[in-house]
Design a protein around this ligand. Sequence first.
Ligand SMILES: [Zn+2]
Ligand SMILES: [Zn+2]
Length: 134
Amino acid sequence: MYSGSCLCGAVQFEIKGQINHIVHCHCSQCRKAQGSSFATNGIVNSPDFNILSGKEQLTGYESTPGQTKYFCKICGSPIISKTAAKPDQVRIRLGTIISDIKERPVAHIFTTSKANWEEITGDIPQYESYEPGR
Ligand SMILES: [Zn+2]
Ligand SMILES: [Zn+2]
């Protein structure tokens, strides 16, 4: 069980199951959505993701047709994204999780879109687009 919240605390959520496919995404959309050099996202089964409070503060932006990024409309924290074609899963922004996380990032993805000022370090694999198996 994991718990998390946005920066202002209005949006509180919990995750019951495990977090799969944790990746650092360096694509230009993720960089803009996070205001940072990359986004760290993981996949959670939709029934495992529960909003405990602040559901009315979550607002969405359809960044790509069929893909909506949800964020707190008070503080702007990015929380999740949903893809219409994959209703069974939610992509969670790992930085909003308060609990220690057991799972570990498995890859850097979209490394060809990385910021020119960023140097990717560490031993996990790097891929030019999505990691294999997705
Ligand atoms: Zn907030
Ligand atoms: Zn991305």
